[in-house]
Ligand binder design. Structure first.
Ligand SMILES: [Cu+2]
Ligand SMILES: [Zn+2]
Length: 204
């Protein structure tokens, strides 16, 4: 009886662990660079299918600057080759709280008197998996504030008229880093099964 309880507990623990391994990366990160601008941004997948965006960027004078996820993680021609705003739902440009917006529309970041921007917000459209997956794409910081599609400028509903691209970085997997190492080559389901079988045999 005692042994069965142990096995039950072990199964639950291993299943929970395997579920974590099977899931999407929990944290992605990007190093944002361009001219005097330098920053690190992390994207953390929250349990309720939202992503928390956190980071610090230095190097711009006080003010608001457009901040987006662009569709390509291609820096072969600098920030220019990162493509348009990430827009898998084919919507017009907007504010992060708008119903109609690009998935990549993250609004503005604000630089303070020390030329530092501190970023910490939760976005409801970004994801580290599935249809809105931002991994392998780019974060881009612009030379002007994003107008959220609310002016008469011809670029307003396309880009927020935020001007040129000042800094950018590719979004990559940060955690779990062991994912491909441990599970490469074998199907995840069978790997889970083998671990469970080994555990059961060991306990008996
Ligand atoms: Cu942009
Ligand atoms: Zn946009």
């Amino acid at each position: 009886m005692f042994k069965h309880i142990i096995i039950l507990i072990a199964t639950v623990v291993v299943s929970a662990f395997a579920h974590h391994l099977n899931g999407a990366p929990h944290v992605a990160s990007a190093r944002l660079k361009g001219g005097d601008v330098d920053g690190n941004i992390t994207f953390t997948q929250l349990d309720d299918n939202k992503v928390r965006v956190q980071g610090t960027i230095i190097g711009l004078t006080p003010g608001q600057y457009g901040f987006h996820v662009h569709e390509k993680g291609d820096l072969s021609n600098g920030c220019a080759s990162t493509g348009a705003h990430y827009n898998p739902e084919n919507q017009p440009h907007g504010h992060p709280d708008d119903k109609e917006r690009h998935v990549g529309d993250l609004g503005n970041v604000e630089f303070d008197a020390n030329n530092i921007a501190t970023i910490d917000f939760v976005d409801s459209l970004l994801s580290l998996e599935g249809d809105h997956n931002i991994i392998g794409r780019a974060v881009v910081l612009h030379e002007r504030a994003d107008d959220f599609g609310r002016t008469n400028h011809p670029d307003s509903r396309k880009t927020g008229n935020a001007g040129g691209r000042v800094a950018c970085g590719v979004i990559g997997i940060q955690d779990p880093v062991y994912y491909t190492y441990i599970w490469s080559g074998a199907s995840r389901t069978s790997s889970t099964f083998i671990i469970l079988l080994t555990l059961v045999l060991f306990l008996y």
